[in-house]
Write a protein that binds this ligand. Structure first.
Ligand code: NAI
Length: 288
């Protein structure tokens, strides 16, 4: 049985994942805000809180983590742009960076990060802000996002999820992650009935949220999404690396039917040719 860190373990999908892992006999190190019943109380919106959460897990897992599920997150709320970016981006990237050696020690560790289908269904996400977020500069990103005015909260939320998703694909395919036996993948849910979605539905934006099309005509449940996470933490995911799994009742497929899959753009060819030069000739799998 393994040891798994789960952020956002006190509510919604993080709680459902923690319950499934515990039921399967694993040890769960649950992290959530002070005042919740999580094993490790930490405010992931502050640098001190993130550092404390990272070290508490490392102390309790004795240097070996079989997996991590990053589910803590804040939904779009006007005026909270900076906090959304800090929790949703740095609450993932800083923790994973600190835990990487412990994940590598397990030789076959799995990481699942909660993205969102808002990454591909929200317009007006500033690319420069996303680049800054990937570099860890949430303050500069927040300044840019606030210029979006009325849509700054959804833009902050979508930008945070685009940034963590791209961070996972950038880092997860590198030798120190994929090459060290760590599989990093992203789950991108659509509307799932949790306190986060409920507060969106109750807010001034509730009408917009309700009018967003969901082809299967119902919201997801935390248990359905937890089942996907369990699969992504299992040996079945050994060959899965940097993937983004959208589970959203069909919204993304409806809105973006013809946008994906997309052929490789010609501008990527020089990089690809360079890789082909380095490919081994004896039938072994190429390593980068
Ligand atoms: P939730 O609100 O039920 O759970 C989120 C958890 O994160 C809560 O327990 C909360 O206390 C914790 N958290 C928030 N700020 C924190 C902080 N500063 N420090 C420590 N913990 C903090 O939400 P839900 O719906 O279960 O969300 C899980 C993940 O899925 C989030 O990353 C969310 O963005 C994402 N997501 C949710 C969707 C939905 O419709 N529910 C859709 C797409 C993505």
């Amino acid at each position: 049985m393994g040891t798994y860190a789960v952020t956002g373990a006190a509510s919604g999908m993080g709680a459902a994942v923690a319950a499934s892992l515990t039921e399967a006999g694993h040890t769960v190190l649950g992290i959530d805000r002070p005042g919740t019943d999580a094993d490790i109380a930490a405010d992931l919106s502050t640098a001190d809180g993130r550092a404390a959460a990272a070290s508490a897990v490392l102390e309790r897992c004795s240097g070996r983590l079989d997996g991590a599920v990053l589910a803590a997150g804040l939904g779009p709320k006007r005026g909270q742009e900076q906090t959304i970016l800090d929790v949703n981006v740095l609450g993932v990237t800083e923790l994973l960076t600190a835990w990487r050696p412990a994940l590598a020690s397990a030789s076959n560790a799995k990481v699942v990060v909660f993205g969102s289908n808002s990454t591909t269904s929200t317009p007006l996400v500033p690319h420069r802000a996303v680049r800054r977020l990937i570099a860890g500069d949430t303050e500069a990103a927040a300044r840019q996002i606030r210029r979006r005015g009325q849509v700054s909260a959804p833009a902050a939320y979508a930008a945070s999820k685009v940034a963590v998703t791209q961070w996972c694909r950038l880092h997860g395919t590198r030798p120190d992650w994929a090459g060290a036996g760590i599989r990093v993948n992203v789950l991108a849910p659509g509307p799932v009935m949790t306190p986060l979605l409920q507060s969106q539905l109750n807010s001034a934006q509730g009408k917009n949220v309700r009018s967003f099309p969901v082809p299967v005509r119902e919201y997801g449940t935390p248990e359905q999404l937890a089942a996907w996470v369990m699969l992504m933490l299992s040996d079945s995911a050994d060959f899965m690396c940097g993937s983004v799994i959208t589970v959203d009742g069909g919204t993304e497929a409806l809105l973006r039917s013809r946008d994906w899959p997309k052929p490789l753009p010609l501008r990527s060819m020089p990089k690809l040719l360079w890789r082909m030069y380095r490919a081994p000739k004896d039938g072994q799998v190429a390593q980068y």
